[in-house]
Each structure stands twice: as C-alpha cells, then as structure tokens.
Design a protein around this ligand. Structure first.
Ligand code: ADP
Length: 241
C-alpha cells in the first residue's frame, strides 16, 4: 500500500514539475517574441532607417504596439500568480451583477460599434446579488466580452445575458463570431492556448484571458464553460448565490 502511494506521489510530482517547466518555457517564449521584434526594428533604425522619417514612424508604431503587448503580458502573468495566492482568501462582498454587466458593456460598446457589431443585453431586473470580489468578476466579464468583440466580424451580434437557476446564477456571452473548432474546445482555458496564434497576436491577445477567467470563477466556487460551432461561440459561467 505504502509503496503504491509513494509511486503515485512521485508520478504526481513529476507531472507537476512538467507543467511548471512547460509554463516557464511558454512564458519565456511569449516574452521573447515581442522583445525580438522590438530589438530588430531598433537595430534597423540605428543602422540608418531613422533617416527616412516615414519608415522610422512606421517602425516606431510597431515597436510601440509590441511594447504594449509586453506590458499586457506581464500584467496578465501577475494577475495569474496573485490569483493562485488568493485562492482561499477572496474578499467576498455582495455584488450587483446587473450593474457590473452594464458598466462592462459601456466600456466595450465603443469598440463594438467601431467594428460594426451589435451589442445587446438580456438581464432580468430582479437579478439577485452574488457573493464575490467585484474587481475579479469584472475581469471575467471584460475578458469574455473583449474576446467576443475580437473574434466577431463586422455585422455580427453579441448578447450578454444572465439567468437565475435555483441557487445559481448563470451569465453568458454569446457571439456570432468565427467559432472554435471542436477539438480546441477542451483546451481554450489552458494558459497560452490559442486556436490561431497569429490571429490572437494581431488582436493584441496574450493567450491568458480565459485561463485567468477560469481561475477567478473557480475561486468563487463556480464553473466556466464554452459551446461553439460555425455560427458562433457562447461562453458562460455559473456562480453560487
Ligand atoms: P487571447 O488573448 O488569445 O484572446 P484567451 O485566453 O482570451 O486568449 O483565449 C484563448 C483562445 O480562445 C483565443 O486565442 C481564441 O483562439 C479562442 N477564443 C476565445 N474566445 C473566443 C471567441 N469568443 N470566439 C472565437 N474564439 C475564441
């Protein structure tokens, strides 16, 4: 019995070490990509491109975008590690979800409008409050809505809604976007997993938004899930009341 347990412990330890090693390798790669690009453009500027103001401006704009992506990545990594620390010690207060959803929609409505996407809400007036940490729940709503805007084309529709189901509240973000292939669905909540790396990068993504959202929802005792086909995707999370 003892030997079996020890073997299981060793296997589990090896699995955790492997996850950690992969994570460190991923982080290094993700940090190095924008840095390599910044260094490349910087060297070309120093080698003479700076004398051509039009080219120089274009390079500086690219470098600006890459350095912003680097900052977002570091912010997201810090969020993930602080969440891991906090797991058992959330500072829960009653949160008015309807108000929070309205604020998030306001925050992202200009971008949706710019892209020609209609953003609608379906929230009952008497939606009860949920125990939670407001800032974290806001982060989940921003991540889901931001993705819906990113991965929906012009002319599309996004609906954010909430439903009460017994002792639980379900919030969903449904889009008519590009959809997620079936084989990728179980992986989208993994750190750094993207269906299309280039597309995610072009959209300014870090590949960490859904991993952070999953952490937050689970720390609240809830569950996050996704359904998707060619017609679009629906991300939803359930929180206990
Ligand atoms: P990213 O920063 O790349 O958006 P996320 O962790 O937020 O990272 O999402 C992981 C991946 O899941 C994305 O790269 C994208 O491929 C896919 N994804 C997330 N949300 C949607 C959506 N609403 N529609 C289509 N694909 C999505």
């Amino acid at each position: 019995m003892g030997v079996v347990c020890l073997m299981r412990d060793v296997t589990e330890q090896k699995r955790l070490e492997q996850i950690r090693t992969e994570f460190v390798a991923n982080v290094s790669h993700e940090l190095r990509t924008p840095l390599t690009s910044i260094n490349g453009f910087l060297e070309t500027l120093l080698d003479g491109a700076i004398d051509n103001p039009k080219v120089a401006r274009n390079f500086l704009e690219i470098m600006n975008g890459e350095s912003k992506r680097l900052s977002r990545l570091i912010d997201d990594l810090l969020k993930l590690s602080s969440l891991e620390d906090k797991k058992s010690s959330l500072n829960k207060q009653p949160v008015n979800l309807k108000e929070l959803i309205c604020e998030t929609v306001k925050m992202l409505s200009a971008r949706a409008q710019e892209k020609g996407i209609a953003l609608t809400m379906a929230i009952p007036d008497d939606l009860p409050e949920v125990p939670g940490e407001r800032g974290f729940l806001e982060q989940v709503l921003i991540n889901l809505l931001d993705n819906a805007v990113k991965y929906t084309l012009s002319g599309g529709i996004i609906e954010i809604g909430a439903l009460v189901n017994g002792k639980e509240i379900k919030v969903y973000v449904a889009d008519t976007g590009i959809g997620i292939p079936e084989e990728s669905l179980p992986r989208v909540f993994e750190r750094f997993y993207r269906v299309d790396k280039a597309r995610s990068r072009d959209m300014g993504g870090t590949g960490l938004g859904l991993a952070i959202s999953k952490h937050i929802v689970e720390a609240h005792g809830g569950k996050i899930e996704v359904e998707s086909d060619q017609e679009g995707s629906t991300f939803s999370f359930i929180l206990p009341r």
